[in-house]
Unconditional design. Structure first.
Length: 192
């Protein structure tokens, strides 16, 4: 399984292909930028290894504690953390819940301190407007996040497969060397 630094390198190496492919398919600088940045965020900050004390986890700095319940709830490399689509969707929903909680707390403070008159209906109206009028951009963000996470999960799978093949080769080599020694012992006994 690749290290955190190796995952980072893979993310950076894949970025030109993601940006180039997006630019070629969409012909839109805005969507290319959105998917490229989301790919970086998905690979470096919001990736599958948030289920352990990883480089991705540490990048959240002083608010990394928000990922502790996520780590407790999900075993490392489970389908829910490293699985295609569901892993990213779960992390996005989890982060959205924290953002909603912080928004609620911030609205309460602003209402108490400056009489801002922020209500859930007003916040919901703004959120609904942003989600519906910028649906394509939100979808592009999700595609970029998923691509970043998949670069991580695919490299994990390839690394595990490589290690498994190496292990099987070593076991096979040990078996064959053991058979040769046994044959040599038997043949030397016959000669005696």
């Amino acid at each position: 399984m690749p290290s955190g630094r190796t995952h980072d390198r893979i993310t950076y190496w894949c970025l030109p292909f993601i940006v180039g492919g997006t630019a070629w398919v969409t012909r839109s600088p805005a969507f290319t930028l959105i998917i490229g940045l989301s790919f970086l965020v998905g690979g470096l900050m919001l990736g599958p290894d948030l289920d352990i004390h990883s480089v991705q986890y540490k990048r959240w700095g002083p608010i990394r504690w928000i990922w502790l319940p996520y780590q407790i709830a999900l075993p490392h490399r489970s389908h829910f953390s490293h699985g295609p689509i569901i892993g990213t969707a779960l992390r996005v929903v989890y982060l959205a819940l924290w953002i909603a909680l912080f928004t609620f707390a911030g609205a309460m403070v602003l209402n108490a301190v400056w009489d801002a008159k922020l209500t859930w209906p007003s916040i919901r109206a703004v959120l609904q407007y942003v989600l519906t009028h910028y649906f394509g951009q939100w979808l592009a963000i999700l595609v970029g996040l998923e691509a970043g996470a998949m670069s991580h999960s695919i490299s994990d799978a390839m690394g595990s497969s490589f290690v498994r093949k190496q292990s099987n080769r070593k076991k096979s080599a040990r078996r064959h060397s053991g058979r040769k020694k046994t044959k040599r012992k038997k043949s030397s006994r016959r000669r005696s």
